[in-house]
Design a protein around this ligand. Structure first.
Ligand code: HPA
Ligand code: ZN
Length: 337
């Protein structure tokens, strides 16, 4: 390993933008399909991986949802989550905030209770066996109706203490945050925090809507915010975190080359940017590979890596005391390296 690889591998960090269904590695997908007596559309792991060649968000989503279709039992959700936790444990991720998409499963007849119980049980084991703290974010599929979203929130209320925030993901263009204003009003009243994917493919206007109508605590992606100077000022002034996903951006052609990825510009403009993996099984890397890709392509300094790791804790939903502890750990690592 080179010097910067070692430095990235060892630095304590949090992950804040991770879809649990996007951690479904082909090997586990075939194993779970087999034990559930389901047939995947692909004959082999190699065939499946050949399909991971996306030109945009929608082409990815079609494959991502079809992969998730083999998840049926609580144990499947446990195994999926546990595999992810073991992986990030090896990458010095100390805290993770994961999205799950209940509608992907409830529409296939898999009850909400099985999905959330499997994930939650693995997260508890992540804390006790691996020392990884976590938060769970329920994400609403924006291509579906407001009615379906209300049904999902109803299901979630029974498990309120397991869920920290409500998010918004899936096909962005044509599905602005305003479509879910009433949903987010309800969940804010219920005491949930809110986040939303915005400005990945959609225009800066969608980021404004997420801020003003959904009262989000963070913007997921947010790349296209840079097209609007007033918006950049607002995000910087309010220290609204952006959960940026470099390898995702490259694979979904949100950026055409890593050397022109906007992460460095975001940091230069005083934005609270963080580095995350989004859907690591599909985009070719977990969080450390994402740090490394931008570190190489943008020639990031050690100090910028430290800034990104520090931001990951500042931007997290950890309690303030725990945040400070984690930030001290990052500083201690920096000074000892
Ligand atoms: N964007 C929108 N929806 C998603 C994504 C993403 O990057 N990953 C999983 N669902
Ligand atoms: Zn995402």
């Amino acid at each position: 390993m080179g010097m910067i690889e070692n430095f990235i591998a060892g630095i304590p960090k949090a992950e804040l933008h991770l879809h649990i269904e996007g951690t479904f590695e082909p090997e586990l997908m075939f194993e779970i399909a087999r034990r559930n007596n389901l047939q995947l559309k692909y004959n082999s792991i190699e065939d499946l991986k050949l399909a991971y060649n996306f030109n945009n968000l929608q082409e990815f989503l079609d494959i991502y949802y079809s992969g998730a279709d083999v998840l049926l039992e609580e144990q499947d959700f446990y195994d999926l989550t546990w595999a992810y936790l073991q992986k990030i444990h090896s990458q010095n991720v100390l805290h993770t905030e994961i999205f799950f998409d209940p509608q992907t499963h409830s529409l296939r007849g898999v009850p909400f209770s099985k999905v959330i119980t499997g994930i939650h049980r693995a997260l508890e084991d992540g804390q006790t066996k691996l020392g990884i703290s976590s938060r769970l974010i329920l994400s609403i599929l924006r291509h579906l109706s407001e009615e379906s979203a209300f049904q999902t929130i109803d299901d979630a209320l029974e498990y309120k203490s397991w869920i920290t925030a409500i998010g918004l993901d899936s096909s962005e263009k044509g599905h602005p945050p305003s479509k879910f204003q009433r949903i987010f009003e309800k969940v804010l009243e219920e005491g949930f925090l809110t986040v939303a994917h915005a400005g990945e493919e959609g225009p800066p206007e969608y980021v404004w809507e997420a801020l003003n109508l959904l009262q989000v605590s963070r913007i997921d992606h947010g790349n296209r915010s840079l097209e609007d100077h007033t918006l950049v000022t607002e995000l910087a002034m309010r220290k609204i975190p952006l959960t940026v996903c470099p390898l995702s951006n490259l694979k979904l052609k949100v950026v055409n080359d890593m050397t022109i990825h906007p992460l460095a510009e975001m940091l230069d403009k005083g934005l609270m940017a963080t580095v995350n993996s989004d859907d690591p099984a599909y985009f070719g890397g977990y969080v450390n590979e994402n740090y490394l890709a931008v570190a190489y392509a943008l020639n990031l300094s050690k100090e910028q890596i430290v800034q990104l790791a520090t931001n990951s804790f500042i931007a997290s939903f950890l309690e303030e005391k725990k945040k400070l502890l984690m930030i001290e750990k990052v500083q201690h690592y920096y000074l000892s390296e």
